[in-house]
Design a protein around this ligand. Structure first.
Ligand code: PAP
Length: 331
């Protein structure tokens, strides 16, 4: 018996699709989904999407009007989006909300609420959402590949912060995450089965290599507007990268702020230990129904070592070598 899908995130459910989206779907190549074989992934502009999420992509491409002052956090899923959302929010609002203050918004709100996604949230809920309440500089996030960004983003001077991560850790983080949303009748995703798809480029917003290369090349061409960062770099030198981000976004730390340990205070409030232990992140839910706790697992570099076989590691390393060859990008 097919169970209903009560715990599935809304973006995975295939209901309430517009006629435009339905017509498009019928023309796209498909693969069975990650979360369950009962869901389907569709290839649009070279990248894989769930049907409903694709509707958000279409609406966003059609209606989102970028402003030159906008800041967009772009990530490959499971690369540390939640962390960077918290960091960018604290950084840009540090005068309004001191990171040490007891009622800082991050202490009672999940970062995904403070800095909403475009296509899997704002433009999924509403075809053309009213964004007038967002104060300038507006801060949004997206998983869209460069080729699929709304034209207004590509034509504007808005700043893109791009975050990705070692694909082996992306894969494990993704696998663990999607297992939370499996239909009750099919158990957990087989690691081997999902790994095979990941290596073939079939994963949400995959192929991961094309996603990364799109922004990597853009960051080399246009460093004033695209900042390319990895989870590993941020973990290793958070202080350095937070300062660089502040410079890139045109809000460098003043000598007074440096003296008063503003950089450390931001890193502390956004740390995995602090955020994962907050009541809101342990018990709260997003409007989509996803538990906030789903975004906090281990927060470590190299957890893949606990899951992948030597053969899997060799296969993924080889794929990275081949696909990223000559680009200058390495993991
Ligand atoms: P999303 O793409 O669905 O928004 P995203 O936030 O990018 O997810 O990725 C979640 C990963 O970031 C998890 O990694 P893990 O599965 O390897 O543990 C999560 O633990 C990690 N993460 C979340 N918050 C932080 C943080 N404050 N510091 C470091 N890592 C974090």
């Amino acid at each position: 018996m097919q169970t209903s899908q009560p715990s599935m995130p809304k973006y995975i459910k295939e209901d309430e699709l517009s006629q435009e989206c339905k017509s498009l779907l019928s023309t796209l190549s498909t693969e069975s989904g990650w979360v369950s074989s009962a869901t389907t992934l569709y290839n649009y502009q070279g990248f894989w999407h769930h049907a409903r999420q694709l509707q958000g992509v279409l609406s966003c491409q059609k209606h989102f009007q970028a402003q030159d002052t906008d800041i967009l956090l772009v990530t490959t899923p499971k690369s540390g989006t939640t962390w960077l959302k918290a960091i960018l929010f604290s950084l840009l609002n540090r005068t309004r909300f001191q990171p040490t203050q007891d009622d800082h918004p991050l202490l009672s709100n999940n970062p995904h609420t403070l800095e909403p996604f475009l296509e899997p949230s704002l433009y999924l809920k509403d075809e053309n959402p009213d964004l007038s309440s967002f104060a300038s500089p507006r801060l949004f996030s997206t998983h869209l590949p460069y080729i699929s960004l709304p034209k207004s983003v590509q034509d504007s001077k808005c700043k893109l912060v791009y975050l990705c991560r070692n694909p082996k850790d992306i894969f494990i983080s993704f696998w663990a995450y999607t297992n939370k949303f499996r239909l009750q009748d099919v158990g957990t995703n087989s690691l081997e089965e999902v790994f095979k798809k990941f290596c073939e480029g079939v994963s949400l917003y995959g192929p991961f290599w094309d996603h990364m290369l799109g922004y990597w090349h853009e960051s080399l061409k246009n460093p004033e507007n695209v900042y390319f960062l990895t989870y590993e770099e941020m973990k290793e030198q958070p202080d350095l990268h937070l300062r660089k981000l502040a410079d890139f976004l045109g809000c460098p730390f003043s000598p007074k702020e440096v003296k008063e340990n503003m950089v450390d205070a931001i890193l502390k409030i956004c740390s995995f230990d602090n955020m994962s232990n907050l009541k809101v992140n342990k018990e709260g839910k997003l409007p989509s129904g996803i538990n906030n706790s789903a975004f906090f697992r281990k927060g470590e570099v190299g957890d893949w070592k606990n899951y992948l076989t030597t053969e899997m590691v060799e296969r993924l390393d080889k794929i990275c070598e081949e696909k990223l060859d000559g680009s200058g990008l390495k993991f």
